[in-house]
Every structure is written in C-alpha cells, then in structure tokens.
Design a protein around this ligand. Structure first.
Ligand code: LMR
Length: 397
C-alpha cells in the first residue's frame, strides 16, 4: 500500500500550541505561543487602516480573475520602497527582483528552491537558536545547513564575536540566513555596528546573505528597522530577503509576503522573476491576492498609510511596555538581573532560560503556553496576567 506506513505526527512546535490553549478550561490560562500581536483584552484585531482598505476594495475589485505570477499589481514595488527606501530601490534598478509569495514562509521556501535549483550543494548557515520553521523549510527544498553562534545568554544580547568566528568556517557561495529586527526567538538583535562587521565578513568570504524580515516597525520604527537590511543590500553583490506582512499589517491568515533577490548582473531582475515564477508555478501556481491588495491599498494611500503607521507605533509601544512590566515582575520575584534583558530586547519574543521539562510543567500546572525552547510571545501578556506569569515561572525555577 502507498500510505499505510504513515503514522500520526506530533503537532507543530509553535502552531500546535494554539489548539492546546483553546482546549484548556483554566480561566487563568495565558497564551504566549504563536507570534501574533494581541490587545489588552487578548484580541488580534484587524487594523483600522486594513479595514478601510477592505471597504474600498470590496467596492472597487470587481473580479476574481487570476493575478500575474509575480503578484498583485504594485504590491512588490510598494514593499520594496518600504523595505529598501526609494533611493536604494532606484540605485538597485534592474538588479533587484521581487515576487509576491504566500507569506514569509512561502518566500523562504521559494528562495530555498531557487538556491537548490541554482546550486544544489549550497550550505545554509542558521543561527543557534533560529526560528523553528527555518530548518524544516530548507530541508524540504533538499538543502543542508550548519549552525552559527548567535546568543549570549548571560548578557541577553547577540554574541557577535562567536557569530563571526562560526561564519569563518563557511565556504564561498554558502548562504547565511540572518534575522532582521525582532525575528530571532531570543529577542536579541544585532546592532548596526555589528551588522557592519557581518557585512565585511560576508564580502570577504564571498557569502550570500539571506535576511528573514517579518517585524519591520516593531523594534524602533519603519525606517530605523530597515537600516541594516538596506546596508546589506547596498554592500553585497548578491542578497535575498523574505518579507512578511503578517505581523506589521496584521494580515496573518492572508499569507502576504515577498521574496526579494539582488543579483550582480545588470538585468538580474528578469532572471530572478522568471525563475521564481516557474518554481512557484510548479508548486502553488501563484500567490493569493487579497492580503497583497489590502497592503497595497494602505501603502499607496497617504491617509491610510499614516493611520497604519500610527497603529504600528501603538503596537510597538504596548509590547515594549509589557517587556518592562515582565522584567520588573521577575525582579519582584527575587531574580535580580536574571531577566532584566527582557526589557532591553525588541519585538514580540524573548527566550527564557527554561528547560523543556520546566516549560512543560508551567504548561501543565499553570496553563501558560509557549514553545519548549522557552520562547515567549511578550504580546500575549497583559498588565493583569504579568504577576501570575512571573510567579508561575518562578515556581519551576
Ligand atoms: C511564530 O513564529 O510564532 C509565527 O511566525 C507563526 C509561525 O508561523 O510559526
């Protein structure tokens, strides 16, 4: 038989938590699992600017006929300007290709497919730790990976020297998967000065950077958060970037993403777009339109764009406030500085130094849900549940 040897698999380490949380009847339960933004009353709202774009689109769309393989008209151009800024987009010209993808994961997978198609023996260097879906996605494209050091648990910052030392072992042509702002599960980001050191090493060793960016606007602001990726794209002959609109537009279920690729030759764009379109065609054919249509409407209308930027800042401010609240609550539990790094990090994630057994105990006994590696989604906290979370985690340490 074809399928009789297949057995039931364990749930996804991150996405599987949502179902467990839903099924838990404990009124004190707390969901710090999947990286989605939440309001003080635990909702993940549709942003106001997106709702207005939806109202406009439902009047104007008029047809559900296929869109082009490269995506919704104007979407990748609008995202390119958001990520790289108008000046760099114009400098890169025809060396920059872009294709709309089903979310950031779709962009990752498509990029790995392109790498495997172009140079199948490429090694992908991934940080320790990295996002839980990175290795499965590259492995599914038939690629192999090696780890590079990333996190210094003691200082709760990036171990830049360790990172550079590991990458000294990469061979020319290898791809380095890098986390743009707020993306690493630790919550620790490289500083701009660190990025410059990384850029020098990439160039010297002829490595190809592949940036994963899903949180533009969650660290310091749209422009500030793009500085590092702009510097990398300006300084390296070849580069890739997977972009997600899930978090900053709140378009999670609409699977709205972009893959950007920079090449060395003058007309790299056409080669990228046609090859990527062919790889996509053999897989999911073309990307879904709705989320990209919404994001484009927001980005191209100055009023909607201004509303969106305000909403994004308020999400960022709320998460930063929760970070400070949690660090203070841990200090009150007698941990001194042990968790003070939580307040200094950015974005939704922090990695608590808990063993998988301790994480399981907090889940079983206290109904607090987060992945076994200790990554918490800070946005799942509220002023009300912070003391309970700090107390519960303290009880297993
Ligand atoms: C997360 O990391 O929690 C999110 O990006 C959801 C996912 O796809 O894992």
């Amino acid at each position: 038989m074809m399928f009789s040897h297949l057995t039931k698999l364990p749930a996804d380490p991150i996405l599987g938590l949502s179902a467990l949380f839903k099924a838990d009847s404990n009124p004190e339960k707390v969901d710090l699992g999947v990286g989605v933004y939440k309001t003080a009353d635990g909702r993940t709202p549709i942003l106001g600017a997106v709702q207005q774009a939806f109202a406009r689109l439902s009047k104007e769309e008029g047809s559900k006929v296929y869109i082009a393989p490269s995506g919704w008209p104007g979407f990748t151009d609008a995202c390119a300007k958001l990520v790289f800024g108008e000046d760099l987009v114009s400098d890169l010209g025809d060396r920059l290709g872009a294709i709309q993808t089903p979310g950031g994961c779709g962009a990752l997978r498509l990029a790995f497919e392109l790498i495997a198609f172009s140079k199948p023996d490429t090694t992908i260097w991934v940080s320790t730790p990295t996002w839980a879906n990175h290795v499965p996605t590259l492995a599914a494209a038939g690629l192999s990976h090696k780890p590079y050091a990333y996190y210094d648990q003691k200082t709760a910052t990036v171990d830049v020297d360790g990172m550079l030392a590991s990458l000294e072992g990469a061979k020319p042509g290898d791809v380095v998967l890098l986390h743009a702002c707020c993306h690493n599960p630790t919550g620790a980001d490289l500083l701009l000065a660190d990025w410059k050191r990384v850029a020098e090493l990439l160039r010297a060793r002829e490595l190809v950077p592949f940036l994963d960016m899903a949180y533009q606007g969650f660290a310091a602001g749209l422009e500030e958060d793009a500085e590092a990726v702009r510097m990398i794209f300006a300084s390296q002959p070849e580069a890739l970037l997977s972009y997600s609109c899930s978090k900053n537009f709140g378009l999670y279920r609409e699977r709205t993403g972009v893959l950007f690729a920079k090449g060395e030759q003058a007309a790299a764009r056409d080669a990228f777009v046609t090859n990527l379109a062919q790889l996509a065609r053999a897989n999911y054919s073309m990307p879904p339109a709705h989320g990209a249509a919404l994001a484009t409407t927001v980005l191209e209308d100055s009023d909607l764009r201004a509303d969106w930027i305000m909403e994004l800042s308020s999400m960022r401010d709320r998460v930063n406030g929760l970070r400070r609240g949690l660090a203070d609550a841990f200090a009150r539990e007698g941990f001194g500085d042990r968790f003070s790094g939580v307040a200094r990090q950015t974005g939704m994630f922090s990695l608590l130094s808990l063993s998988p057994e301790q994480v399981a105990m907090v889940q079983k006994d206290k109904s607090i849900y987060f992945p076994a590696n200790g990554r918490i989604n800070v946005a799942g906290l509220t002023d009300e549940n912070i003391p309970y979370v700090a107390r519960s985690i303290a009880s297993v340490l």
